[in-house]
Design a protein around this ligand. Structure first.
Ligand SMILES: *Cc1c(COP(=O)(O)O)cnc(C)c1O
Length: 434
């Protein structure tokens, strides 16, 4: 059929939309969304790319599973907490909790009395139980928000003492000193890049000192001729000591010996701890504020707190993360090498007939990533395939994001959830067969 005829034969939009599959899609994806896909298919027919008879099939083929464009991705990078991949994947318990909270929920209502309740009390109580002796708990949007609230509420127009070794850039060009200064607090830098002593803080102390801030160097390490003042010593100086621990470990973890945790930091004498919820805690994006009851209450009641308030979904997922079974990040951290090896061998066996893939089990090194434990190397196991697999795997469904190393494409199993091993095999198989 010539294209002139093709244009004439393009069926009307309402006729196309009446197809039962597109009717069903309109209920789940919305009419305008489906309409746009139909228009695109009609356009392809007009240009002669497809026949008028295939318009419905083409529109159906283009239907996504959900209206949101954000997709599930398999993280085979070996970076446990990958900021570009949404940091911590949530536990099943956390997913269930946020689905339950998605509708109308009692986030801020006491069902027993019918009165307004503390917003997200369950999450706050769970954190308090996980960090014994903590005076107060508050949750904001992320760790950066926690720092902004602290600086605004406790140090606006006053001084924050901070070591020159702790002026950290957290990523994407965002720097903690600039964030603090943007609140109207004055930063007073003390010590040097590699050595800051208690006496440096002491010398800078004055009537304008609102607080002493320690920031964990979570994405770099200073080694060699270095020294820092301990929290216990800083706590003797008078002003509140606030510690940004970054990664959100609530208590010490044996694999991460140098990573600070909230419990130990508070026990050492810190007045307040700020941390992220979606790094090593393994929960949703949020910022945890833990510490002195009176200080936390001041933060909670500050006008800015309202602008940093977390969503009910976050609160539900956070509570489930803290109370429920260990989240995936924890499982990845603690996965045994022998188990990773067995999974890798199984994947390679399942790919034995895909000769193109040349799949092979190789030793690998995984990392925490995402601003945590910068020096920790996690021995791991990967499946290696040729470099040309990188892009098609990333473009696949589900997309698999890999790591390029030694001229090969590595699929590191430490960051792949075991339930996704089969998806991994299928993805490689599809690319290998192309
Ligand atoms: C990651 C990190 C931050 C920023 O945390 P967000 O939750 O992403 O805002 C701040 N401080 C430290 C030390 C960090 O590691």
């Amino acid at each position: 059929m010539c294209s002139e005829d093709a244009r004439r034969a393009v069926p009307r939009t309402d006729v196309v939309l009446a197809d039962p599959r597109l009717q069903a899609a309109q209920r789940t994806l919305g009419r305008s969304f489906v309409l746009e896909l139909v228009r695109q298919a009609q356009e392809r027919s007009r240009s002669g790319e497809i026949s008028p008879e295939s318009i419905v099939d083409a529109a159906v083929a283009a239907l996504p599973a959900t209206v949101s464009s954000m997709r599930k991705v398999v993280n085979a990078t070996g970076i446990l907490v990958h900021t570009n991949l949404g940091r911590a994947p949530l536990s099943r318990a956390a997913v269930d909790a946020l689905v339950a909270a998605a509708g109308t929920t009692d986030v801020e209502l006491d069902l027993a009395t019918g009165q307004r309740g503390v917003r997200g009390r369950g999450a706050v109580d769970a954190l308090a139980a996980a960090v014994p002796d903590v005076g107060g708990v508050h949750v904001v949007n992320n760790c950066a928000a926690a720092l902004a609230l602290i600086a605004t509420a406790l140090a606006q127009g006053r001084d924050i003492l901070i070591s020159r070794g702790e002026l950290v850039e957290i990523g994407d060009g965002f720097r903690i000193p600039e964030l603090l200064a943007s609140t109207g607090a004055r930063l007073v830098e003390v010590g040097t890049t590699n050595r800051t002593r208690l006496s440096d803080y002491e010398a800078a102390l004055g009537p304008e000192t609102a607080l002493i801030l320690k920031v964990h160097p979570s994405n770099f390490a200073v080694r060699g001729f270095s020294e820092e003042a301990s929290i216990a010593d800083l706590a003797t100086l008078g002003p509140p000591v606030v510690v940004d621990i970054g990664s959100g470990l609530l208590s010490p973890h044996p694999v991460l010996v140098d990573e600070p945790d909230a419990l130990s930091t508070l026990r050492a004498g810190a007045s307040l701890v700020a941390a992220s919820g979606d790094k090593l805690l393994g929960g949703p994006q949020c910022g945890l504020l833990l510490g002195d009851a009176e200080l936390v209450e001041r933060l909670r009641r500050h006008p800015l707190a309202r602008a940093l308030r977390v969503d009910k979904l976050t609160l539900a997922a956070l509570e489930a993360t803290v109370r429920g079974p260990h989240p995936p990040v924890r499982a990845m951290l603690e996965a045994k090498l022998a188990d990773l090896q067995a999974r890798a061998e199984k994947v390679v066996t399942a790919l034995a007939d895909v000769t193109e893939a040349e799949a092979e089990v190789v030793a690998s090194e995984a990392a925490v990533g995402g601003g945590g434990a910068p020096e920790v190397v996690l021995p791991s196991v990967a499946v290696a395939v040729p470099l040309r697999f990188v892009e098609p795997l990333r473009a696949g469904d589900p997309p698999v994001v890999t790591r390029t190393e030694r001229g090969r494409c590595l699929l590191d199993l430490r960051t792949v959830e075991p339930d996704d091993d089969e998806a991994l095999v299928k993805a490689v198989r599809r690319v290998g067969k192309d």
